[in-house]
Design a protein around this ligand. Structure first.
Ligand SMILES: *Cc1c(COP(=O)(O)O)cnc(C)c1O
Length: 471
């Protein structure tokens, strides 16, 4: 990495008069005097002036500072940053797909509609639900859509006082947020010491609130990576009081081809195609959060976006499913589960494992085991960057103070995983022998520790603002 160039904005590399291009002579130059003076620029446009090599190197060096699944291990729990097979990209980029216009007449897009129908067919088979809508653009959007289905269903029966949604305290933040956006009220159900939904607490809530309950939202495995084995009992409790079961499908990965939300008693669910079905989704997009429902609920699908949703993401998912095929799809879950358990067991003597036992595709440590060093989860995460690894998810879920959530995914080799384990052990060793080294990490990255609060509260997004601030 060229540290000399990094940190310079393209504007700072500018020299007046430098060019990286030549344009044909402007035939209309003499006509510019015909433009009214008020429309004509009084000062030179503030544009960078650079030669071609400077531009190429500047942007290439910037791109090398980017971290992605294509250049390193990316064990970001909860986000499923898995390998995105290149054939998916080729399929999504077929000219017949890529050049479609959303306003084309239906009879000219039969191929695309057939592809969507094929994807729906596979998702129904994988989830045990009967119909899908592909309009939602991400998981959270899917949650909102699914809750609107549930709300519409209750209203259609004149059951309008069902305004409460039960959400486990371990839930992803989007669950209560989506319920709130849908105008529903959230009641939280506790987890037991072993990280699963507390059935007694749920029974109490159901007996108190029964006729007000619209739905219960759950993810399985839950955000701790633990399989919720009491779903049939939970579903019975909720159904008996007239509520519906919502499945947050963000964690579908380890269940793929092994078990199905529809068979467990869930009525409505979303799938994060960009997680389980391998679409690159760094930096907040692109996503697709199709919502599936049990037979009979499809008439309650709301219109949450125009046209057919995020079509290219859908085609990547279809390519992923079709290239794996029925038999190999069944290996995804067990391999993801094996990889996660292998890392967990290899590190639990040096990292604190608050809930022991088998996990699914991900698990959570509560920081280093040896708390006397003062080295935090943040420090470990920063030190991992020095060794060329993307950090796991940190400080989520909120159930522990020093959460470190690791999800290796199914497609990482034994060598990659062993390399990660070795580095995690090395960092634990450093924390003991030279804690300041870890606390002051990263040392090998272009910039050191950033103040993430400042960056979020006062983002500087324009060069001009930088200039003004310097004044
Ligand atoms: C990622 C995630 C979501 C939100 O999905 P987006 O596609 O990011 O909107 C919801 N629930 C869980 C458990 C998740 O991991």
């Amino acid at each position: 990495m060229n540290n000399k160039l990094y940190g310079n904005l393209i504007f700072e590399l500018s020299h007046e008069g430098r060019r990286g291009y030549s344009l044909p002579q402007n035939k209309y130059e003499h006509k510019s005097s015909e433009l009214p003076a008020t429309l004509r620029r009084q000062e030179k446009a503030q544009l960078p002036e650079c030669d071609e090599m400077t531009v190429v190197r500047h942007y290439t060096n910037l791109s090398l500072n980017n971290f992605g699944v294509d250049n390193g291990f990316y064990p970001l729990g909860s986000c499923t940053m898995k390998y995105n097979p290149k054939i998916n990209e080729e399929m999504a980029a077929l000219p017949a797909f890529q050049n479609l216009h959303p306003l084309q007449p239906d009879h000219t897009v039969e191929g695309a509609r057939t592809a969507i129908a094929a994807l729906e067919h596979y998702l129904c088979r994988l989830t045990g639900l009967a119909h899908f809508t592909f309009k939602p653009y991400a998981g959270a959007h899917g949650e909102l859509t699914g809750l609107m289905v549930i709300d519409n269903y209750h209203r259609s029966r004149g059951d309008e006082k069902r305004r409460k949604v039960i959400v486990p305290d371990s839930a992803h933040g989007t669950n209560p947020a989506s319920a709130a956006v849908c105008g529903l009220e959230i009641i939280e159900v506790k987890s037991t010491a072993n990280g699963l939904v507390d059935l007694e607490d749920l029974e109490r809530l159901v007996s108190e609130e029964g006729t007000n309950i619209a739905a219960m939202m759950m993810t399985n495995p839950n955000t701790l990576g633990l399989f919720e084995c009491q779903i049939p009992e939970i579903a019975k409790l909720i159904h008996d009081c007239g509520g519906l079961m919502y499945y947050d499908g963000a964690n579908l990965n380890p269940m793929l081809g092994v078990c199905r939300p529809g068979d467990m008693g869930f009525d409505v669910m979303h799938i994060n195609l960009h997680k389980t079905f391998s679409t690159p989704h760094g930096g907040g997009g692109p996503g697709s959060g199709p919502v599936g429902v049990r037979e009979g609920l499809q008439e309650f699908f709301p219109v949450v976006s125009p046209y057919h949703g995020n079509f290219a993401v859908m085609m990547r998912a279809l390519a992923y499913i079709v290239t794996l095929g029925g038999n190999h799809v069944k290996e995804v879950g067990p391999l993801a589960t094996l990889n996660a358990n292998y890392i967990k067991e290899s590190l639990k003597d040096v990292y604190e494992l608050p809930i022991d036992g088998l996990c699914c595709h991900e698990f959570v440590f509560d920081g280093l085991k040896d708390k006397s060093t003062g080295v935090t989860t943040m420090d470990v995460a920063k030190r991992l960057l020095d060794y060329g690894y993307h950090a796991p998810t940190i400080y989520f879920p909120l159930l522990f103070h020093e959460s470190l959530m690791i999800e290796p995914t199914e497609n990482e080799s034994r060598d990659t995983i062993d390399g990660f384990i070795a580095v995690m052990r090395k960092i634990a060793e450093e924390a003991k022998n030279d804690p300041d080294l870890v606390k002051s990490a990263p040392h090998n990255t272009p910039i050191g520790r950033v103040d993430d609060v400042l960056a979020a509260k006062h983002p500087i997004v324009t060069y001009r603002q930088l200039l003004n601030d310097a004044d």
